[in-house]
Write a protein that binds this ligand. Structure first.
Ligand SMILES: [Fe+2]
Length: 264
């Protein structure tokens, strides 16, 4: 099974820019490559920060651009998103009684649990009792299915101080929900970091992808107290993930993919 992992689109109202680029154009460039090279993907996962400031116009642009993709797309909120506006644009999105946008997606490769880590008005993520209860229920009800998690905020630090301060905060509820199921989790897809990144956490493999528009710089000496996040414009991309019974392979499809190719 092939899936597409897109994250941190940071769409704005038409005609506006983020970091000197038009995020709508950046997304269009990515989706052109998805349609051209990956039309066989089973679905697209969008791990949050779909809008830069939660504007309705940004989500309207997103639904417009996703409309002619040949595969379904599944979205989850990030800290820059506004749940009400997101759900207005995607009226079929499940909404829990507590107001969270989270869903369990059965696939041939296993059960994908798409989490809501948004703490409205704050850059860092949050996972409270209600969300943890839902996650635990999904895990206990999953039977023998392999589990894949997708979430905007990473539940661990990655060594970039300016971003680590905005990771999932107070992971006690998240950890408790996951306890005992770590060996069943085949992979965790994260957003938020705007970087091609991967590794493992507590034995679970994870990956994150660049934004199609702008990145977080690899600055391991940044001062977290300043609140500033060093940015960069290099290597916009999306992820192409191949999954079978023995492998989860993560490719980063850079948007400059077609530049200066040559025969080795
Ligand atoms: Fe972001």
């Amino acid at each position: 099974m092939k899936i597409i992992h897109l994250s941190d689109l940071h769409l704005v109202a038409p005609g506006h820019q983020v970091a000197g680029r038009d995020p709508a154009q950046s997304l269009a460039r990515a989706l052109t490559l998805v349609r051209r090279d990956h039309a066989d993907a089973a679905f697209c996962l969008l791990t949050g920060d779909l809008a830069d400031a939660g504007e309705e116009a940004a989500y309207a642009e997103l639904t417009r651009q996703l409309a002619d993709l040949p595969m379904p797309c599944y979205v989850m909120p990030g800290n820059h998103d506004e749940r009400a506006h997101l759900r207005k644009a995607f009226p079929d999105l499940p909404l829990s009684t507590e107001g969270f946008i989270q869903q369990a997606l059965p696939t041939p490769a296993g059960l994908f649990l798409l989490l809501d880590t948004l703490n409205a008005g704050r850059p860092g993520g949050w996972y409270d009792d209600a969300r943890a209860l839902w996650l635990r229920q999904q895990l206990t009800g999953a039977g023998e299915q392999a589990i894949f998690l997708a979430m905007h905020h990473p539940p661990f630090a990655v060594g970039i101080p300016s971003m680590d301060r905005y990771a999932l905060r107070d992971t006690a509820h998240f950890d408790a929900a996951l306890k005992g199921y770590e060996a069943r989790v085949r992979h965790i897809f994260i957003g938020h970091l705007h970087r091609p990144i991967g590794g493992s956490w507590r034995g679970m493999s994870f990956s994150g992808v660049s934004s199609p528009n702008h990145q977080v710089a690899l600055d391991m000496n940044s001062c977290p107290e300043s609140g500033d996040v060093p940015g960069s414009l290099g290597h916009p991309a999306f992820g192409v993930i191949l999954i079978d019974e023995t492998r989860v392979v993560v490719h980063h499809h850079f948007l400059d993919h077609d530049d200066a190719q040559f025969v080795l």
